[in-house]
Design a protein around this ligand. Sequence first.
Ligand SMILES: Cc1cc2nc3c(=O)[nH]c(=O)nc-3n(C[C@H](O)[C@H](O)[C@H](O)COP(=O)(O)O)c2cc1C
Length: 257
Amino acid sequence: MGLVLRSRADFCHGSKIKPLEGGVFKFVDVDPLFVQKVAGRPEDRLPFVGKFHIFLMGQRRVALSGRFDFDHSDQEKLEDMTMNEIIRAMEERRSIRKFKPDMPKKADLDQIIEAGLYAASAKGKQSAIIVAVTNRELRDKISVDNCRIGGWDKDFDPFYGAPAILIVLADKTWANRVYDGSLVMGNMMLAAHSLGLGSIWINRAREEFETEEYKKLLSNWGIKGEWEGIGHCAVGYRDGELPQPAPRKPGRVFYVE
Ligand SMILES: Cc1cc2nc3c(=O)[nH]c(=O)nc-3n(C[C@H](O)[C@H](O)[C@H](O)COP(=O)(O)O)c2cc1C
């Protein structure tokens, strides 16, 4: 048995670690994903000795303390655990195609939306907007229209039961609208995953918002101007396991040194 921490800073990137007496450490500002990994999934658990305490401090901050012991065979797991949390979330996030009907917490939706608003945008124009649909009737109507545009059977829900639909639209007069809107979508899907929610990009927002009916809806919602639909970020609690990623296609990277 040996402690395989190379340095304390290595153990959890971005978090402050306070060593206590006798091999007991206290972690402050640990990302929830890390905690999930450590405390939430038994198969990933290192051989901890003693009790772990998890304290929620506001929305995203978590502190945990406890005693642990490592064996050298845990080196690989430890390296996985110490992976940068953002990169881990990027690799772990998957498109979810089965949701529970429960509405995510408003605070979580707000954080996802905020992450979207912070996406990079060409010339810093912030050309994309987000319409957050949590009204069941409207969500179902958009699902029916989306299904019709997609050409599926009438009973198919293209949002896979997700209760919240975050629609990204971007300024139709701006050449970079699709790039800008796509980054907003990407940020939101990642943020949803990091908060333990499932999400998926659902297409056909462009076709929807090309119709007079949807333009009228925008104006009813107080949104003026010309907007192109970029995508729907369907969000909710995942019903089932996180899907495995498809293997990455080889030959997609070219280093020129
Ligand atoms: C631009 C774009 C449009 C997409 N549209 C749909 C869609 O309409 N319906 C759907 O089920 N998935 C849609 N997806 C999800 C992709 O199918 C999914 O990202 C892909 O299969 C890879 O899976 P992953 O997201 O789990 O890595 C879309 C993804 C992107 C990026």
